[in-house]
Design a protein around this ligand. Structure first.
Ligand SMILES: C[S@@+](CC[C@H](N)C(=O)[O-])C[C@H]1O[C@@H](n2cnc3c(N)ncnc32)[C@H](O)[C@@H]1O
Length: 406
């Protein structure tokens, strides 16, 4: 029987507990002790710890309500309205056609979540978390689109038993349908490609910013962006590094959507389009850097290895690969208490198809497995948007010290 997902967990026969196991079991016993809660609240030295843990648990329980508050604010366009000018409850009730006593609950919840803020004369304005929502259309579009995921997950056990039957799987035609590009239009509507490509273009800004501020492209001559979508990354990189030439590779219906935008930006002479599927076609040659932005996580290990191999084959000696996407948090980051993107992406990618979230270490191992050397994780300011990996096609073998793993 073939399994639809990659299972990388290694089972071990050795059941002898490690020192860490013993320590974790001890901690669990302390946490479970009935007196610990009251004891820890009695002392200022421990009270903050118990408060923080209780708060985190409450937030987990309330998460659905929080995300629905966010969605309601987006659907009522409150962030844009309040960005133009603070407004009173009565004014907002008038604009949204909601009863003031009901709308008030939403506004106060928005204030509690730092999305909104109280302003003078009983008005409401944007809070610190509301400002980016008014400025970046892509965030609002992602929030609206998440609704599909949350609908799919309404019954989480049902979802786990049959993850690909919902709206999210429909939304991404290529993620579980290997012949999406070649399918007759009756089965995969051109509209479907246009819908996800539009969302990707709108949401790619933060990722592009991370890449452009973390990697110096000047040494390159020609960049091939694989899974390029409508070409937002290519367009912004073209403005950033004027000497670069580009190739874009994506499914034919997607590149058909990209053509007009590139022409309007005056990039037709610098960008050549290469429609195809990396499942069936080789990648075009001639670029000295290949980029994979938010592509690998959509696919299972076998496809990612095949894609990396094709990238390796298409590059000249000395050429490079840059892979950027959200990655699973390292244990070190988890210990430091960094907010993790893992739970969201594990479920998002499960609902979408047969891709998965990988750690930088897993992706680096895959890059090395097909022959890339000098594989490294490039530090960037906001790993929540994407982490960035680089590799080289070189004759020299890397020394182990060159491989840094987060
Ligand atoms: C999640 S989107 C990312 C798009 C863009 N790189 C970005 O970050 O916004 C993945 C892209 O890979 C493309 N893609 C998926 N399967 C493909 C295949 N077999 N061959 C070529 N492109 C593919 C999709 O059409 C889509 O444009």
């Amino acid at each position: 029987m073939s399994l639809p997902f990659d299972l990388n967990a290694s089972s071990t026969q050795d059941t002898k507990p490690t020192l860490k196991d013993v320590w974790q079991a001890q901690l669990e016993r302390w946490y479970a002790h009935p007196g610990l809660y009251r004891w820890s609240l009695a002392s200022p030295l421990t009270r903050w710890l118990t408060r923080r843990r209780t708060r985190k648990l409450f937030d987990l329980m309330a998460g659905f309500v929080h995300s629905q508050v966010l969605l309601a604010c987006v659907r009522l366009d409150l962030f844009c309205i309040l960005h133009r000018a603070p407004a009173s409850l009565a004014e907002l009730a008038n604009r949204t056609s909601l009863a003031p006593n009901v709308l008030q609950r939403l506004l106060l919840s928005g204030v509690a979540l730092d999305l909104l803020e109280h302003r003078s004369q009983d008005r409401f304005g944007l809070g610190p978390l509301g400002v980016p929502l008014a400025q970046h259309e892509g965030i609002a579009q992602m929030i609206e689109h998440n609704h599909l995921l949350y609908q799919d997950m309404q019954d989480p056990l049902q979802f786990l038993r049959n993850a690909w039957s919902g709206g999210m799987a429909q939304y991404w035609p290529y993620a579980h349908e290997k012949n999406a590009a070649a399918m007759p239009e009756a089965k995969v509507e051109v509209d479907q490609f246009s819908r996800y490509s539009q969302l990707m273009a709108a949401s790619q800004g933060f990722v592009v910013q991370e890449i452009l501020s973390s990697y110096f492209f000047d040494e390159h001559r020609c960049v091939l962006d694989v899974g390029a979508g409508k070409g937002r990354f290519v367009s912004e990189l073209a403005a950033h590094v004027p000497h670069l030439q580009f190739k874009m590779f994506d499914l034919p219906p997607v590149l058909a959507l990209a053509r007009e935008g590139l022409h309007a930006k005056g990039l037709s002479d610098r960008v050549s389009l290469h429609p195809g599927s990396f499942l069936h076609d080789p990648l075009p040659q001639g670029a000295d850097l290949i980029t994979l932005v938010r592509v690998a996580h959509d696919h299972p290990d076998a496809v990612v290895l095949q894609l990396l191999q094709k990238a390796y084959d298409a590059l000249p000696l000395g050429g490079g690969i840059l892979l950027a996407e959200p990655m699973a948090q390292s244990q070190q980051a988890a210990v430091q208490g960094d907010t993790s993107v893992d739970a969201y992406f594990h479920f998002y990618l499960l609902a979408m198809g047969d891709g998965r979230l990988r750690t930088p270490h897993e992706l680096m191992s895959m890059m090395k497995a097909v022959g890339f050397t000098h594989v490294e994780l490039v530090p960037n300011a906001m790993p929540i948007h994407a982490q960035i990996l680089l590799g080289r096609k070189s004759k020299c073998l890397p020394s182990n010290s060159e491989i840094s793993v987060n």
